[in-house]
Design a protein around this ligand. Structure first.
Ligand code: GLA
Length: 419
């Protein structure tokens, strides 16, 4: 245990140094008053990006007005003040290319530059979506063969974030150029992301680069080396507990790849969507915070219920997500239908999430908390981040949680085991 603690603190110091140097780099380039092109890629996402994305609520029906409304709502609801900055247009904005190969938005988006200016005028940033293939997942025009032209277009329009979704690149390039040769297909895929990384850099505007290729070929191992600020780790999220729990489970072991500037992305939030119960919404949001995940809300902002707003704007939970150490949480143990996750935070604090993952038939069955397994010694004082109350955690204390609910506690000064 001593060794474990030692290596934990060494690791912590290294990470603190890493984030400090990235921050220093960013400050230097900004202070130099230099042009935007000198901002290093990682500096645009020193904490996981926060905002709203059109896909989970609108899918293919999004238009210019919806994006303006979303920007207005982020401001009016206080979400902007809580940290939600990006307003991201997902798929289905794309129109046709003209004779020069220049891409135009379709009729739903009459003036992209004006739209970007509107979003910026609210103190927010704006994101866009494309594919390295000839077609996006929705069958719209992709960037294949036009990477530099498109990157320049996004920069000229004033976009701040690009989600780049593999989609038809599989059929267009991987299957055609390297049939039955998976290693060669993976190399082609990596090259496609590297190509857009170079194009974005050449376009000269700081842009968050979001990889969406569903975690293929262990993207967490190579994504940051070709410019990824975040990378999807799985297939698509849907607004139901089983899918959300499956995605949470699939993050296990990926924690070592996340850090300031480069994040695992378990997909966008479904808080407030579908038939998720309030317990499930709370747990979904808590676990995204424990996972240092990007927080991109995907709900119907103009019709958001107060209880959903309360979840999405819980500052204490957002602070866990945005912790400057950037260290992703991990599952420490599971006991039947209960799981216990921890996340190490700046200043030696610790977040603990206890989640009742079983179904409702066995709801509220008692469970006892094993602090020793969490590396903690005896009674701990913390804050329950969903009630706001001070809580005492003791060794083997009984806990009862409703099915799919979470106990999320932040311990400011944990008493840790010393041997
Ligand atoms: C894929 C992505 C989704 C969304 C759609 C749009 O399925 O994983 O997040 O962007 O494409 O077509």
């Amino acid at each position: 245990m001593e060794f474990l603690l030692k290596s934990f603190y060494e690791d912590l110091t290294m990470r603190a140094f890493a984030s400090l140097s990235i921050a220093a780099l960013a400050i230097c380039s900004l202070a130099a008053g230099a042009q935007q092109r000198s901002v290093p890629r990682q500096a645009v996402a020193l904490t996981p990006p926060m905002g709203w994305n059109s896909w989970n609520h609108f899918a293919g029906n999004v238009n210019d007005k919806d994006i303006r409304d979303a920007a207005d709502q982020l401001v009016a609801t206080g979400m902007k003040d809580a940290g939600y900055i990006y307003v991201n247009i997902d798929d289905t904005w794309e129109g046709e290319r003209d004779a020069n190969g220049e891409l135009h938005a379709n009729a739903k988006f009459p003036d992209m530059k004006a739209l970007a200016e509107y979003v910026h005028s609210k103190g927010l940033k704006i994101g866009i979506y494309s594919s390295p293939g000839s077609k996006t997942c929705g069958g719209y025009e992709g960037s294949l063969g036009h990477e530099q032209q498109d990157a320049q277009l996004y920069a000229d329009w004033g976009f701040d974030y690009l989600k780049y979704d593999l989609c038809s690149f599989r059929g267009d390039v991987m299957d055609k150029q390297a049939p039955n040769d998976k290693p060669a297909q993976m190399r082609l895929m990596i090259a496609a992301y590297a190509k857009m990384d170079r194009a974005l850099k050449a376009a000269g505007r700081p842009i968050v680069f979001s990889f969406c290729q569903y975690g293929w070929d262990a993207v967490w191992e190579w994504g940051p080396s070709v410019g990824a600020n975040l990378w999807r780790t799985t297939g698509d999220v849907t607004p139901d507990w089983d899918r959300i729990y499956a995605i949470v489970s699939q993050q296990e072991g990926l924690e070592k790849y996340a850090g300031p500037g480069h994040w695992n992305d378990p997909d966008m939030l479904e808080v407030g969507n579908g038939k998720l119960t309030l317990e499930e919404d709370r747990t979904h949001f808590s676990m995204w915070a424990m996972l240092a995940a990007p927080l991109l809300a995907g709900n119907d902002l103009p019709n958001m219920k107060p209880e959903i707003k309360a979840i999405l704007t819980n500052r204490d939970v957002i602070a866990i997500d945005q912790d400057r150490l950037g260290r992703q949480g991990a599952r420490i143990y599971s006991d039947g239908e209960v799981e216990v996750w921890t996340r190490h935070l700046a200043g030696g604090a610790l977040a603990i999430a206890v989640v009742a993952v079983g179904d409702s038939r066995y709801s509220t069955h008692p469970f006892h908390l094993n602090l020793h397994k969490l590396g903690l010694a005896g009674r701990q004082t913390g804050k329950d981040l969903w009630t706001g109350r001070t809580v005492e955690l003791t060794e083997n204390m009984p806990l009862e949680l409703t099915s799919h609910d979470v106990l999320l506690v932040r311990i400011g000064a944990p008493k840790v085991l010393v041997q």
